[in-house]
Design a binder for this molecule. Structure first.
Ligand SMILES: [Ca+2]
Length: 191
């Protein structure tokens, strides 16, 4: 009985992969602000262990606080969206920009995008998401996959042959979190 106990404890202490006795490397968790595996690199600094969306900062935030990136992020590059000039000839389906919604969580969510004329409910845009070619006046409860990068494409639908500005809203929703961003579309009519 004594011999059996000694043999068992010896085999346990040697462990599994030839690591020195007493060390048990933890896998790096990429969003907890802790150096889990003890290699001196925290979260996304440890590029051998962490990458992908959880480490991708689309805000171009130069203020490195070490805080985990948010679960949800709506990123509109002003160079990509949403001011445009149009004429009679090109207003139908004219591409006017795009933006990105990141879901870094492992949960399914939804996306809503509206761009309607205040007080009317009339959409001024046509919207499509990712590879879906169907144009819609609104996105309502569009599925947002876990750990996904979603591109929202906007085009103009000839709502009016005049210069105008309209406020839009993009919202991403998870079971326990949401992020909403307002943005403006400025259309300049140039016949
Ligand atoms: Ca960590």
């Amino acid at each position: 009985m004594l011999r059996f106990s000694l043999t068992l404890s010896l085999s346990l202490s040697v462990g599994c992969s030839g690591e020195a006795p007493g060390t048990h490397p933890e896998p790096e968790i990429c969003d907890d602000g802790i150096d889990n595996n003890g290699n001196g690199l925290i979260d996304c600094e440890d590029s051998a262990s962490c990458g992908g969306l959880v480490c991708r900062d689309n805000t171009n935030n130069t203020n490195d606080t070490g805080e985990p990136l948010p679960e949800l992020e709506i990123f509109i590059d002003p160079d990509d969206c949403c001011d445009f000039t149009f004429s009679d000839a090109d207003c139908a389906g004219k591409p006017i920009g795009q933006f990105t919604i990141l879901n870094r969580s492992d949960e399914q969510g939804t996306i809503d995008v509206t761009c309607d004329v205040p007080g009317t409910g009339i959409s001024v845009l046509e919207i499509r998401m990712n590879d879906n070619q169907v144009l819609r006046p609104f996105l309502t409860d569009a599925p947002m996959e876990p750990t996904s990068e979603n591109t929202i494409y906007l085009s103009y639908d000839c709502y009016a042959l005049q210069t105008f500005e309209v406020g839009c809203s993009a919202k991403a929703t998870l079971p326990n979190d949401s992020e909403e961003l307002g943005f403006s579309v400025r259309a300049i009519y140039s016949p």
